[in-house]
Design a protein around this ligand. Structure first.
Ligand code: NAI
Length: 699
């Protein structure tokens, strides 16, 4: 039973009961429709209260139904809302906890609404590349005013019931209940008080308008386009609200529905829905059951207060967890702590943090030079130099110091976690926690699963990631894990494209026009070209057959490490991050071409984008085949949350699906014919060929 029906004297109560958030799937809609019919047919019943069981009034449409015929099977949400609105007996919606999307639209179909305080109210459809499709764009402006409603619809952000209830002139809520506990009693009382009211108030009959009319909507459209240039939904939200001000109501409703159905078919909405599902899937590890007992993590120790150690410390302090920060030298410790203090001061100045919060966070930080101070910590994270000997020393010390059962984590970005674990007598307690820089800002956390990492350790760190508001993705052990391993062929293509005739600025511009936050050369300058240089040097001994990135190496030999040295692939004026094309770099590229006897050719932007993105796809397919990544969607999540891959494309693997695997393989074969190509590079990964042969996709 996904909706329950009960009669309390003269009031019928229909309760949505479809855990976890009372999604409005077909069965639930049928249940509500049946309850309403029963109430209208029962002479004892004078009024109806509609509410939700458990943790929500309703979180809205059941997105598992989106691409199934069920979504279009009657009663669809629109029909259900019409039935509520046309009910002969008054319907009171008693909302609490969460009333979002279709859930809010359902409540807007009732004649009266009462809310518990603290209820999150939103029309978040835009976050899935859609507009509300069941009257939200027509009814919300009528009860909250055009500006407030438009803002909520275009951003998809939630507002609290008590805040909305205080807005002057609002007609969204007839009453705010004193508490969640008293909500139902107050709703019944409201229902009885309006039992004889006729005609019944309907939101559709309220006026809707904006004093500046067209000019206001045009301004809103321009702003939306500037803020989300790759997404069609925000301007369509504005069109729909504008239609609400033009009337008639049913015409607005018809246009809203038509727009909703059209947006469902756009690649942008498909991508966003994919990401929504992908992020949820990533949090589950196939062989680690949901009820795996967790280890307690009430205190954290961090080894190394450099760039990463300090950022990781802030990530935990921000989540109200005490951190002991260990360094070897007082200057390094002082520098790390000063960096943390400065970052918090900056946040206070910008009004993002109160002085009190800052004090609390700094209070939770215990800087130390004594290894013994880490003894009581539940979780220890190593963030020292990327050098196996240093890691060995640190893990031997941690093994000797940490209490039994403590989780020992490494933030290594490339080194073999199994070897690191072998330096301890407790490899089952060792896991990789690969944070991204800046660690207190970046959402991605790669959780590296060693051969012996215990399941409860994995379950604990996945839960911890949620506490830190990070998106965690599990990766197996290999050089670079998921993200950095795929980045290597991506950069190799970027460097080859230079040899063939492109410039760093052309490559960056092309991939940025595709939607990446930053092109490879600007990224490299920001991260520091020396980091990839060190990796290349290591690879040179491990993979001697791999061609060198000569220009990149020469750049580093000249000390052009990027923004931090004021020069890299681009020039930077003192203190500026504006990348200015460098004549010296152009000369270096030209010299290299001449030495190699390479003819410069004109390269189309489309080739640049395909070579870079399909290089990611091919390596992604290999990672999947090797089991380093469990799902193609995990790879997409890594690239979207950690590497600036354009959200509206849904990640590299989803993008390959959208382009069609046949087209991807064809392009690879074309690139392989390039005389400069390494023959093995464009050999399509076996998994890619298999999926193609079976007519399947990655996702
Ligand atoms: P860093 O050089 O800024 O900091 C390392 C710190 O560790 C230094 O302050 C050093 O004094 C300290 N240290 C060295 N040995 C120590 C010991 N035995 N005990 C206590 N402290 C010790 O390096 P960074 O960039 O913070 O990198 C740290 C780790 O994080 C490396 O494994 C790196 O690969 C990884 N990583 C780096 C990222 C980045 O963007 N910088 C991103 C993700 C991971």
């Amino acid at each position: 039973m996904t909706a329950q029906y009960q009669v309390h004297a003269d009031v019928a109560v229909i309760t949505l009961n479809n855990p976890p958030v009372n999604g409005l799937g077909l069965e639930t809609r049928r249940g509500v429709a049946a309850g309403l019919q029963q109430a209208n047919a029962d002479p004892q019943v004078k009024a109806v209260v509609l509410t939700g069981a458990g943790r929500a009034f309703s979180g809205g449409a059941d997105i598992r139904e989106f691409d199934s015929p069920k979504a279009l099977t009657e009663p669809i949400l629109l029909s259900l809302i019409a039935a509520l609105e046309n009910s002969d007996k008054p319907v009171v919606a008693a909302v609490h906890s969460v009333a979002m999307g279709g859930g809010l639209e359902l409540a807007l179909g009732a004649h009266y609404r009462i809310a518990a305080p603290g209820c999150s109210i939103a029309l978040p459809e835009v976050k899935l590349g859609l507009i509300p499709g069941a009257g939200g764009t027509q009814r919300l402006p009528r009860v909250l005013g055009v500006e407030t409603a438009l803002n909520m619809i275009v951003t998809g952000e939630a507002a609290k019931s008590e805040v909305l209830a205080r807005l002057p002139g609002q007609q969204l809520f007839d009453r705010l209940a004193a508490s969640r506990e008293s909500l139902m009693d107050e709703a019944m009382e409201l229902a009885r008080s309006v039992a004889d009211m006729r005609p019944l108030p309907r939101i559709r009959d309220l006026p809707c308008g904006h004093p500046q009319g067209e000019a206001f909507f045009q301004f809103a459209r321009n702003t939306a386009k500037a803020m989300a240039p790759h997404f069609p939904a925000p301007p369509r939200c504005i069109d729909a609200v504008e239609a609400a001000t033009r009337g008639p109501f049913d015409e607005g409703l018809r246009r809203e529905r038509e727009t909703f159905l059209n947006l469902m078919l756009t690649p942008e909405s498909r991508a966003l829905r994919h990401v929504f599902a992908a992020e949820r899937a990533a949090s589950r590890i196939p062989d680690v059951p949901d009820d795996t007992p967790l280890r307690p993590v009430a205190s954290v120790g961090i080894v190394g207060a450099g760039t990463m150690g300090s950022g990781i410390a802030m990530a935990f302090l921000n989540a109200d967890l005490p951190v002991t920060l260990l360094e070897t030298r007082p200057e390094a410790l002082e520098r790390g702590v000063a960096g943390i203090r400065k970052a918090y001061e900056g946040q206070v100045k910008k009004g993002r943090l109160t002085g009190e919060q800052q004090a609390r966070r700094l209070d939770l930080l215990k800087p130390t030079l004594q290894l013994a101070d880490l003894r009581g910590c539940d979780l220890l994270i190593e963030a020292v130099f990327e050098d196996m000997d240093v890691k060995r020393q640190v893990f031997e010390q941690l093994d000797a110091t940490a209490k039994p059962g403590a989780i020992l984590a490494s933030n290594t970005s490339t080194l073999d976690l199994n070897r690191i674990a072998s330096f301890t007598s407790r490899p089952q307690d060792v896991v990789g926690l690969h944070f991204f820089s800046p660690a207190h800002v970046m959402k991605l956390l790669e959780v590296v699963r060693g051969e012996q990492t215990a399941k409860d350790v994995l379950a604990t760190v996945m839960k911890l990631a949620r506490t830190l508001r990070k998106t965690a993705v599990v990766a197996g052990v290999c050089d670079g894990f998921i993200g950095n391993r795929m980045l290597e062929p991506y950069f190799r293509q970027a460097n080859l494209l230079l040899d063939e005739g492109a410039t760093p600025q052309q490559i960056d511009r092309a991939i940025e026009a595709f939607g990446f936050a930053m092109g490879p050369f600007r990224v490299s300058d920001m991260a520091g070209n020396d980091i990839a240089w060190a990796v290349r040097k290591r690879h040179r001994t491990e993979r001697p057959q791999q061609p060198a990135s000569v220009v990149a190496d020469r750049l580093c030999e000249l000390g052009r490490f990027g923004q931090k040295t004021g020069a890299g692939w681009y020039d930077y004026a003192a203190g500026s991050r504006d990348a200015v094309p460098s004549p010296l770099v152009a000369q270096l590229i030209e010299d290299h071409r001449r030495e190699q006897g390479l003819e410069r050719r004109r390269i189309e932007d489309a080739e640049i984008v395909q070579r870079l993105v399909f290089a990611l796809v091919n390596e992604g397919a290999r990672l999947l085949h090797e089991g380093i990544a469990a799902r193609a969607s995990d790879i997409d999540v890594v690239y979207l949350t950690g590497y600036g891959f354009p959200l509206h494309r849904g990640g590299p693997m989803k993008y390959a699906d959208t382009v069609g695997l046949f087209n991807v393989v064809q392009a690879m074969q074309r690139f392989a014919r390039n005389p400069r190509a390494e023959p093995a590079f464009w050999q399509p990964a076996p998994l890619l060929l298999r999926l193609l042969a079976e007519g399947r996709t990655f996702n």
